[in-house]
Design a protein around this ligand. Sequence first.
Ligand SMILES: NC(=O)c1ccc[n+]([C@@H]2O[C@H](COP(=O)([O-])OP(=O)(O)OC[C@H]3O[C@@H](n4cnc5c(N)ncnc54)[C@H](OP(=O)(O)O)[C@@H]3O)[C@@H](O)[C@H]2O)c1
Length: 239
Amino acid sequence: MKIALIGYGAMGKLIDQLAVERRHKVPVVIEGTDAGLSAAELAGKLEGVAAVIDFTVAAAVRRNVEACMIAQVPVVVGTTGWLDQKADIEKLVSDAGGALVYGANFSIGVNLFYKIAAYAAELFAKFPEYEAFIDEQHHSRKKDAPSGTALKIEEIVSSKLFGEDADEGVRVPIAATRAGNIPGTHRVGFDGPADQILLTHTARSREGFALGAVMAAEWIVGKKGFFDFTDVVSETLKR
Ligand SMILES: NC(=O)c1ccc[n+]([C@@H]2O[C@H](COP(=O)([O-])OP(=O)(O)OC[C@H]3O[C@@H](n4cnc5c(N)ncnc54)[C@H](OP(=O)(O)O)[C@@H]3O)[C@@H](O)[C@H]2O)c1
């Protein structure tokens, strides 16, 4: 199928390669130099593609989604750091009767890690002497901190540990480090009076994210709604 890429940085380039390996075509690439285009102008460039994949910056996501809705093309949003606008963007998609799948992390391993962290937190919820913590590390070019993945893990673990109190502001602490070329490491720890359990997910390269994004694009064609990539993984687990 024909896929348009918005953003042609580290992730965009990798997705281009992988999409072609999976026999897709990438006839449209929108780069940072197109940042000044309006949503309507951008929509004009997206006509004729089956799906769009966005890996840009948080500030560009609203315009990019609006353009996809005008062009009536489903969109995969890999960009992180925009969840403060989630309600607004979800409304944009639902008003247009369109389709969007987003994910703080498109790696299959991380999406399984979410489930493992949820189960661990469910066990530790019965033993309040253990306190949870989250630790994430990424390369120094990454702009948002903590990572979207760390925030998602925090949401999952806090809701299991604290239930409704999590809504009142009782949260698991997150430490974020930006250094060197680290593709992405996330840890969830449970520290007790005499021992500690540490769960770690280590990305070895960005290819896992790129593959998940292309799989999400293949999955969303023909659907309507606002989806989290965990929905794509959960559907596979049910099969
Ligand atoms: N969900 C996941 O699995 C996952 C995995 C990895 C990364 N990410 C996220 O994906 C995003 C991109 O990551 P990256 O490593 O590819 O970053 P990157 O190498 O900095 O690439 C971002 C690209 O977007 C371009 N851009 C900026 N504004 C734009 C606009 N308005 N229209 C079109 N292009 C625009 C930039 O161009 P200029 O350089 O010319 O400004 C740059 O080429 C980040 O938010 C990152 O956190 C998500």
